[in-house]
Ligand binder design. Structure first.
Ligand code: BG6
Length: 511
């Protein structure tokens, strides 16, 4: 097992130290759509190292020029997207392109890695770099273990005092508790935990990072953030996109594995964790893991709903059923929607339900966290026109409308006592100028400077899988678990409404 070697960390905001980056899966969509634009944005904001090189690795035979032409075309195609600078900085982009090369090879073949090692040594010698390398696994999850094995065999992940070697692993990290543990064990044969950066791109989103600031940089919320004042919490990640061209991946993955143990549980952990002792990666990640391990083992039959979208419509446009999408089996039982109720066994949260839902092809793209407070204890207004008081809520709006809204009751002007709900609405765009970003900039940069705070530690990944395992087992058991249907373009299945309805609660409407 590889040993930890301490390396100097660089302060946030300084240029990252000289290094090379190697992307496995360089011909793929992730590289073109997100990684290269993120590197360009880092170059534009002077955060990329002065001495930098990128080696793209993939199976396709291609020259450096072909590869550069491919990513140049892709970047230009997206240049007007909100994620990127509106106008390409030609000088910076050309400089970055000149630092990019390509290596074709089979990931299963050790010889590919030997050639890669020689190439990296050559680049380092020419640029006068000390050998820091960030390996990015932008490949299908079945390659994570084998690629790291080969990196180990080729001696490419051996660290010294002068050089770090780090590996970014994309999701999904395993497909259940056992496979995640096995993958961890496989990676740990060649890497120390400190060298592994498990990616969850939700943590690169400003509004997700802001959950900690909302809670711990203010005094007005935290005293209320507990079972005494909160009735329940809803976490929603709704998407309008369907399965798109990803049926090959999605059919065997489904909404649960694609979204829940990673993205939704990161939101859950940030919302429910105790304040960490410091902002160090370990302090933050320890608190996140603690709260995930305190989630009560769930009863999948009563506390979860899986659904799949049928045909529907949005704004008058017909939408396909999941089973009619290209590459999807006509009798597919893959879930495109999940809802669940979780409870947390600790002093802060005992008895407070957390309702989570995520789905594709829904009415609206909306990710948000609703903190629903309790009703006032005394109905002072019971003999007035207002029969029932609406409880306060705080809505953390993660995307696309980024901000937060606090809702409370106020007197409606007039002679009668009548109370209406009003909102204090904060929009990021009104206060801060958002730099164009794909969300991957922070994460790539943090990896280069050695800050793992926004990456998943192995114990949190396992804790996440342990929470969902009862649902995976229940659903795997043939036809025992029902698969609800919902119309594409809707808020989700009736069964998910019933999950809250039976507890006299309701989901916040999407539209
Ligand atoms: C990815 C999932 O991790 O996250 C996708 O694989 C999903 O299915 C995506 O669409 C959502 O991310 P974002 O940043 O677009 O909200």
């Amino acid at each position: 097992m590889a040993q930890d070697i301490e390396h100097k960390t660089i302060a946030h905001g300084e240029r990252a130290p000289a290094c090379s980056m190697v992307i496995f899966g360089a011909g793929g969509d992730l590289t073109k759509r997100l990684l290269i634009p993120a590197l360009y944005n880092l170059a534009r904001t002077n955060l990329l190292p002065e001495k930098f090189s990128l080696v793209g690795v993939d199976r396709l035979d291609m020259s450096d020029e072909d590869f550069r032409a491919q990513i140049d075309a892709a970047l230009r195609a997206f240049a007007n997207d909100k994620h990127y600078a509106q106008k390409l900085d030609e000088e910076r982009w050309t400089a970055l392109l000149s630092q990019i090369t390509y290596l074709s090879g089979d990931f299963a073949d050790l010889e590919t890695f030997t050639r890669l090692g020689a190439k990296l040594d050559g680049i380092d010698k020419a640029q006068g770099k000390s050998g820091n390398v960030l390996f990015y696994l932008a490949v299908a999850s079945r390659f994570f273990g084998p690629v790291v094995d080969q990196l180990g065999k080729a001696g490419l992940v051996t660290e010294t005092q002068d050089r770090w070697r780090r590996v970014v692993v994309e999701k999904p990290f395993g497909h259940d508790v056992e496979s995640a543990k096995a993958l961890n064990a496989q990676l740990r044969k060649s890497l120390s935990e400190q060298q592994i950066y498990r990616m969850d791109h939700f943590l690169g989103k400003e509004t997700v990072q802001n959950i900690m600031m909302m809670r711990f940089a203010n005094t007005i919320f935290e005293p209320l953030w507990n079972r005494d004042h909160i009735d329940h919490i809803q976490i929603t990640v709704a998407e309008t996109v369907g399965v798109e061209r990803r049926a090959g991946f999605y059919e065997t993955t489904g909404a649960m594995r694609d979204m829940v143990p990673n993205h939704l549980f990161q939101l859950l952990a940030l919302t429910a964790m105790e304040p960490p002792a410091s902002l160090s990666a370990n302090a933050v990640r320890t608190e996140k893991t603690k709260v995930l391990t305190a989630v009560h083992p769930m009863n999948a039959a009563t506390d979860s709903v899986r659904g799949q979208y049928g045909a529907g419509e949005r704004a008058g446009q017909p939408l396909k059923a999941y089973r009619d999408e290209e590459g999807v089996a006509p009798a597919s039982k893959t879930e495109t929607y999940v809802a669940m109720k979780l409870t947390i066994d600790n002093w802060r949260w005992a008895g407070v339900p957390f309702y989570l839902r995520t789905g594709k092809s829904m009415a609206l793209r909306n990710s948000e966290i609703l903190i629903q407070f309790k009703r006032p204890p005394l109905s002072l207004f019971k003999d007035t026109a207002t029969e029932e008081l609406t409880p306060n809520s705080l809505l953390l709006k993660l995307q696309p409308d980024e901000g937060a809204a606090l809702s409370f009751g106020a007197k409606i002007p007039g002679p009668a006592i009548h109370i209406g709900q009003v909102h204090m609405d904060f929009h990021y765009k009104d206060y801060f100028q958002n730099a164009p970003s794909t969300g991957y900039e922070t994460l790539i940069y943090d990896c280069m400077i050695g800050d793992a705070t926004l990456f998943q530690r192995s114990d949190a990944v396992i804790a996440g899988w342990e929470i969902v395992q009862p649902m995976l087992d229940y659903w795997a058991d043939g036809d025992k678990a029902p698969l609800a249907t919902y119309a594409a373009g809707s808020d989700g299945p009736q069964e998910a409404d019933d999950l809250l309805g039976k507890e006299h609660r309701a989901w916040k409407k999407l539209v």
